[in-house]
Design a protein around this ligand. Structure first.
Ligand code: KIV
Length: 273
């Protein structure tokens, strides 16, 4: 028996996500961007690994997700799929790779699927990208939508504040969620909106709604791995729960190594040939 809560050891598919919603089983999703972390995350029983364009912030140190390229996303996703046995691997389509027209969106989507071996793609937006969503789905590629706070549109918002707090934006979000479901999306991520709204959307849709900063009334949760492991001391939004304090663990270990090297206590006799 695994020491982790893995009720079903089969490879997670988009169909399985829908079954999980029907059976009232919550979906656990986390980001990963590299082989080493994805292997651990998969072993620990996460249902969905998101190769998020948050790699732009977390790995490359950019302030937004906008700069990350298609080639860079493909590099990250390929490393993750090599490590993953059970989880569904979802790759973000980066900013600029799907918004212009359906043909270009489909070409880029095909390229990601061919070169990375991932299972599904995630795109930000509703009505404004619906033609691209439909074209990619027509090609046979599953799509996870992303509504609420859409980091690729951060320059338009000008703030990372909670979205859809007014009636107009809330109503648009509900309409967009239905549009994405009707088009054939397999799930939707909803980021940083009032819990009541996210709960309503999850109850109206038959596809899973996975929340980040959207309360517990949805069908699953997603967090950025480095954030939930406590690797960024400076990032502490209200919705984030830290499950470890790796900043201190890592700086402690590295500091000890530096001390040992300088004091010539590493390597010792048993650590040499
Ligand atoms: O890129 C990402 O990490 C995401 C999550 C915040 C859902 O899209």
């Amino acid at each position: 028996m695994s020491k982790y809560l893995i009720e079903d050891t089969r490879k997670v598919t988009t169909l399985r996500l829908k079954e999980m919603k029907e059976q009232g089983k919550k979906i656990a999703m986390l980001t990963s961007y590299d082989y080493t972390m994805a292997k651990l995350v998969d072993e620990a029983g996460v249902d969905v690994i998101l190769v998020g364009d948050s790699a732009s912030n977390v790995i490359a140190g950019n302030t937004t997700t906008l700069p990350i390229t298609l080639d860079q996303m493909i590099y990250h996703a390929t490393a993750v799929t090599r490590a993953t046995k059970r989880a569904l691997v979802v790759c973000d389509m980066p900013f600029g790779s799907y918004q212009v027209n359906p043909t270009e969106a489909a070409m880029n989507a095909i390229r990601i699927m061919k070169e990375t071996g991932c299972d599904c793609l995630k795109l930000e937006g509703g009505e404004e990208i619906i033609d691209m969503v439909k074209k990619i789905l027509d090609v046979g590629i599953p799509i996870m939508g992303h509504l609420g706070l859409r980091p690729q549109s951060i320059n338009k918002y000008g703030t990372f504040a909670v979205r859809a707090q007014d009636e107009d934006e809330a109503n648009k979000l509900i309409r967009d969620a239905h549009l994405l479901e009707d088009a054939g999306c397999c799930a939707i991520v909803i980021e940083k909106v009032p819990a009541k709204l996210a709960t309503q959307v999850a109850s109206e849709l038959s596809i899973p709604v996975i929340g980040i900063g959207a309360g517990h009334g949805v069908d699953g949760q997603v967090l950025v791995l480095q954030d939930m492991l406590g690797m960024d001391r400076g990032f502490s939004p209200k919705f984030l729960r830290r499950y470890a304090d790796l900043s201190n663990v890592i700086t402690g270990a590295v500091g000890q190594y530096v001390t040992d090297v300088k004091n010539v206590t590493f390597p010792n006799d048993s650590e040499e040939y």
